[in-house]
Design a protein around this ligand. Structure first.
Ligand SMILES: [Zn+2]
Length: 361
């Protein structure tokens, strides 16, 4: 089959062996697969990613960089053939999504970060039959392929433990920030404040459900947050509390940038008692000043991926039209276009999500 292959830190197009389904596995045709920021990171920092996966139990472990990897973990597929022992609940031709994990006797393989099974930047993949989620009637393939990245946002919102009344602030409106905004909208949090230097990303943030967008070059996102979170009718405090500032609604801040320095900046800007949810994936050493967090008793929550239930719920939200997915998909390429798409994604003004359609010529 044709695939875009990560080989010697480059993306090349090559013909690789068709995968063959083992027991309980299904051979599927990749209909669409989103290019993820993690894949851009993997190409640049694969060694660091593996080094860290070793001590965090995270994704990206188990790759041998001297061997080929077909990346791609945000996919919608079509069932082609069943391996031994399958129940054939989904007939060939059915469309499906799945968590990007292949469960095998030797342990789970991360689809898209494995030497042993291909990810969605190739024409075919293998999935466990028991993991297949049929695409609900009528949901377009390109939007079903957004299940994985959108599930990341939904999970981050679950991890924020919202109890109601919080005013959320999302820092960074790339694909991760947009997914968080979509999740917050579904959760009913309001007003959602989002900040990004890029005008295009601020526009997308509004389309996905942000109520207020801020250009940090002009306005402090934290000042904007404070204005929107000030309880109506509340004064600046009296008696013992005089001068302590206005009463504020609880804060939940989402870090969706993933570059060094951002967590510390957010800790500086965060109001007292805020919860900071770190969704961005910083691959480098990063410095924080604990005293900033101590003084304000901040709560720092790191998150990864999603649960199978959150993944399935997200596919449902997309099918029910609860996520405005249309503006998110900004480009489509075949396998030949993957390397170029990786370069284009470096500029926030052009693209949000580019889908690989491996069968596209
Ligand atoms: Zn991803």
């Amino acid at each position: 089959m044709r695939a875009a292959v990560m080989r010697d830190r480059k993306l090349v197009v090559d013909t690789v062996p068709d995968p063959e389904p083992g027991p309980g596995e299904v051979l599927v045709k990749t209909l669409a697969c989103g290019i993820c920021g993690s894949d851009l990171h993997a190409l640049k920092h694969a060694d660091k990613m593996m080094e860290m996966a070793g001590d965090s139990g995270g994704v990206g472990g188990g790759m041998d960089l001297s061997r080929d990897v077909v990346m791609g973990h945000e996919f919608c597929v079509e069932v082609v053939d069943h391996g031994a022992g399958c129940h054939k609940t989904l007939a060939p031709g059915s469309r499906a999504c799945s968590l990007p994990v292949l469960l095998r006797a030797g342990g789970p393989l991360g689809i898209g970060y494995s030497n042993d099974v291909p990810g969605g930047y190739g024409e075919y993949m293998l999935l466990n039959e028991m993991m297949l989620l049929p695409v609900p009637n009528g949901l377009a393939t390109e939007f079903a392929a957004l299940t994985e990245p959108m599930a990341v946002g939904w999970h981050a919102v679950q991890k924020a433990n919202l109890v109601g009344g919080e005013v959320p602030l999302v820092i960074g409106c790339g694909p991760v920030g947009l997914a968080v905004i979509a999740g917050l909208k579904i959760a009913g949090a309001a007003p959602i404040i989002a900040a990004d230097f890029s005008p295009r990303r601020r526009e997308l943030a509004l389309a996905l459900g942000a109520d207020v967008v801020v250009d940090p070059a002009e306005t402090s996102p934290y000042q904007e947050w404070e204005q929107r979170a000030t309880l109506e009718g509340a004064g600046t405090g009296e008696g013992l509390f005089a001068g302590l500032g206005p009463a504020l609604k609880p804060a939940v801040l989402f870090e969706c940038v993933g570059v060094p320095g951002v967590i510390d900046q957010m800790m500086e800007g965060a109001p007292r008692n805020a919860r900071v949810v770190v969704v961005g994936v910083c691959m480098e050493a990063d410095t924080i000043r604990p005293l900033r967090a101590i003084g304000k008793e901040l709560n720092l929550q790191f998150v990864l991926a999603y649960t199978p239930q959150e993944f399935a719920e997200t596919l449902g939200f997309l099918a029910e039209g609860k996520i405005n997915s249309e503006p998110v998909v900004t480009g489509k390429v075949g396998v030949e276009g993957v390397a170029g798409a990786f370069e284009e994604l470096a500029s926030p003004e052009r693209h949000a999500k580019i889908l690989v359609e491996p069968w596209r010529s």
